[in-house]
Every structure is written in C-alpha cells, then in structure tokens.
Ligand binder design. Structure first.
Ligand code: UGA
Ligand code: MN
Length: 245
C-alpha cells in the first residue's frame, strides 16, 4: 500500500538542510509519495529545485499560516497546521488507499517505522524519542495491551502524543469527512485524533515491537544568531578579512 508523507516546512536558514536530510531518508522508502507543504505565500524556488533533484514522487504545495496567528508575537503559534490541513485536503482528493503520516522536516526517522506504519488499518502509534524532559512519549503497553499514555505534558489531552507518533489509514480518514487539525497550539495532535471519532485510545495499533523501540526522534536544529533575515550591513569587515586570510 502507498505511503503518503505529509511534511510541513517554512522558510528559515535551516530549511534546505532539514529537507536535504529528510529527503535522503525518504529516498530509501519504496512506494512513497511526499507532500511538501510550505507555510508561505509563494513556493520557494530552492525547495522546488531540491525536490526535483531527489527524484522522489512529490507534490509541492503552499498553505500560509492565517494572518491572525502569524501576528501573535508572544503566544505559541499553531505551527504547521495549515500545511497539514492542506495535506489532508490533497489526500481526500487524490488518495484512496494506503496510509499517511505527518513527518515534520526536522525529526529523525528510522526506515523501519515507514515499513511498519504501511500496514496501519485505522490508527497506529509508536514511541517518539528526545521529547520533553522525560525523553520519550509513548503509549504504555502491558501484556501486549494498551493501558495508557506516557508523555511529559498530559494537559488533559485524550491523546497525549506527538505529531510524529502516529500514522492513519487513508480509508479511515475518508470515512471521516469532518476530520481536521485545529489551530490550537499544543493541542493539534489531540484535536486531530479526537476529530477521527468514533475512535478510542484502546483501539490504537501498537507498532515498534509493542512500543518498546524508538524509531523516530524529535530532533531540533540549534538556531544560530542572527537568524533570517540576515542584515548584511551588520557584518563587520574584520570577520570577512579573517575568512580571506
Ligand atoms: C512540536 C511537535 O512535534 C510538532 O508536531 C508540532 O507541530 C509543534 O510542536 C507545534 O505544535 O508547535 P516543534 O519541534 O516544537 O514540534 O515544532 P517545529 O518543528 O518548529 O514545527 C513543526 C512543523 O511545522 C515543522 O515541520 C516546521 O517546518 C513547520 N512550521 C513551523 C511551519 O510550517 N511554520 C512555522 O511557522 C513553524
Ligand atoms: Mn520540530
């Protein structure tokens, strides 16, 4: 069955590095269609170039974050939500079978997880490493059965999981025409999984050897200062001279 990988991305200095790394992972995944969706008003030509160079089957789409959320300076923003909803819209129009997965551009993926999630009947889940102080977010499994969730931030969520910790069957989504990701920072995963009703936590399919293996990590690139946009007038000549020597 085909696997649809939905990747939100946005313009920043790390973007091409992250997409290069992720694309090199996906080059090892058979029968995969990559949906790369930029939080932007126009497609970034360098991203298009990168995608073409990979030779992967892909669609390059755009879905800007609504102005009302982008404006917010202090509050957390619903990152990648319009992108993922655009991906869901594409799936509803173009896919009939298979499985989809929300793969952020900065995480690290073991190839095994793509093979395992491919056979998801409804919703599958698995541990995510390097997340919160606890270091892992995962369904808890006892004697082969789901008994609860382990996560550093439960916050009253019915599904306290990370975006990278679940995959969904296309058919299952198509049977739920109202399923959508809400613009609620911190509650995107929970909101989306709740919108898949009827669906309860005890029904999840447990992957990664009954959730005993970490096959995806919530890695984050360290930001350099200053980040984009670079103000060239702020460069001092001393640094440039040093580089030339
Ligand atoms: C955590 C979760 O792992 C994400 O799945 C979740 O979307 C995010 O929090 C959130 O809700 O804010 P985190 O590493 O903190 O992830 O977030 P980012 O990796 O910065 O962003 C998530 C995705 O959205 C990335 O693929 C990123 O490229 C994209 N993004 C980020 C945008 O499209 N626009 C933005 O302004 C920021
Ligand atoms: Mn991230």
């Amino acid at each position: 069955p085909p696997l649809y990988v939905i990747t939100p991305t946005y313009r920043r200095s790390e973007q091409l590095a992250e997409l290069t790394r992720l694309s090199h992972t996906l080059m090892h995944v058979p029968n995969m269609h990559w949906l790369v969706i930029e939080d932007a008003m126009v497609k970034t030509p360098l991203v298009e170039e990168l995608l073409q160079k990979t030779g992967l089957p892909y669609d390059h789409l755009i879905a800007p974050m609504p102005e009302q959320y982008k404006k917010k300076k202090k509050d957390p923003k619903p990152r990648g939500v319009s992108n993922r909803n655009k991906g869901l819209e594409w799936i509803r129009k173009n896919a009939r079978t298979g499985v989809f997965y929300f793969a952020d551009d900065d995480n690290t993926y073991d190839l095994d997880i793509f093979e395992e999630m491919r056979y998801t009947k409804r919703v599958s889940m698995f541990p995510v490493g390097l997340i919160t102080k606890l270091g892992v977010s995962s369904p808890v499994v006892k004697n082969g059965e789901f008994v609860g969730f382990y996560d550093g931030w439960i916050a009253g969520r019915k599904f306290p999981v990370d975006m990278a910790g679940f995959a969904v069957s296309v058919k299952f989504l198509l049977e739920r025409p109202k399923a959508i990701m809400p613009f609620k920072p911190g509650f995107e995963e929970d909101g989306f999984l709740r919108s898949l009703q009827p669906f309860e936590p005890k029904e999840i399919e447990l992957l990664a050897a009954n959730c005993t293996k970490i096959l995806v990590w919530h890695t984050q690139s360290k930001k350099n200062e200053p980040s984009l946009p670079v103000d060239i007038s702020k460069f001092n000549n001393t640094n440039i001279l040093k580089l030339k020597q």
